[in-house]
Design a binder for this molecule. Sequence first.
Ligand code: 5AD
Ligand code: SF4
Length: 440
Amino acid sequence: MRPTSPPRTYRVKSFGCQMNVYDGERMAELLGEQGITAAIEGEAADLVVLNTCHIREKAVEKVYSDIGRLRRPDGTSPLIAVAGCVAQAEGKEIMRRAPAVSMVVGPQAYHRLPGMIAKAVEGRRAVDVDMPVQTKFDALPARRKVGPSAFLTVQEGCDKFCTYCVVPYTRGAEVSRSFNDLVAEARRLVEAGAREITLLGQNVNAWRDADGRGLEKLVEVLATIHGLARIRYTTSHPNDMTDGLIAAHRDIPQLMPFLHLPVQAGNDRVLKAMNRSHTADGYLRVLDRVRATRPDIALSGDFIVGFPGETEAEFKDTLRLVEQVGYAQCFSFKYSPRPGTPAATMDDQIPREVMAERLQRLQEALGVSQYAFNQASVGQRCTVLVERTGRDPGQWLGKSPWLQSVHFSGDVAIGDLVEVELTAAGPISLSARLLEPVKS
Ligand code: 5AD
Ligand code: SF4
């Protein structure tokens, strides 16, 4: 049975990437504006939004099992909205298979949730998978309260069509938000408490406004916002790494020395089959340009092992590339066939055991690389943005400019930017000694 009175409390559960986290926050703000409040931790909510991810493995099955779990012991359910990329991909099918769901709303249409909720309480179920990106951003309420590190979506969608990836289908074509809108939203984020902003996009470095200005121009203007200490961006494509953006890493102190630049594989035949439109060497040459401009930059990437047809020798090219680059951190995944993508129907799908074994070897190599990067940082003085309390009393956790997790003790508060000396390195974090707070 579905509820018939307007919801008073909500819970938004976001899965997947940072853009989904951003969307989840914006949906929460939108619901807040309707007078619906966040459900208290541990208590049932009247309205649950499942903000889903479709990028890998069993995404669809997971959504159905999450829906099943929302059913209460008396057989009733909260109002349920399925949002995000699975909503976009599955649309009506979710309505058919899951009668408990009242609303299915795609990533470009969630600004219409209030109207859908009003209908839903009258028993009218609705699917909205339109893609009017600009209208969505215009319709969302202003940002009010955020943590010290905030996300800002500047670009959505993808025109690259890598053969393994669902994003061009779930998020649509590349759309850049306008310069003025972004500067205004960034200002509001800073007023709402942000000291660091991470610019988000599926191809963030392809951001370009109607006047042809690229991401480095946006960064340049954001860097003038008083109180904004740090700017980051993710995720980028090697072919869109312009000289201007690379130079910004040298010229704009607020732009952090960190670059997430996925390569996916180290072998040219595999890269071609993936339709990456760059070679391994082309990627390495981009990194050479970046390092020549900003020698201390921390590099990060994404990898897929077991793409259809990948041989042991081709996989070893990936391991070689990892050794060559010296990554500070990385994400790595087993290839997962996505319905509707060209790679899903390619010959020579790789057995699961082979993928698992390759992933383990790759992750070992990446772990070695990350540990070495952390060890090389010991002795450095740097700033840390304090993000939360640590496990032990008096301990704080924050991020270094190179996006390493750093813990230390001292008299500070969340949101402070402090100067530390990095004193010891672990495989995934560092400890530090507090030197002094940084004036801003
Ligand atoms: N299988 C496995 N990993 C994938 N990614 C994207 N599509 C797939 C897929 N079908 C990974 C890529 C991408 C990251 C966001 O997710 O590495 O960069
Ligand atoms: Fe998941 Fe990709 Fe969609 Fe993000 S863009 S929610 S990672 S499918």
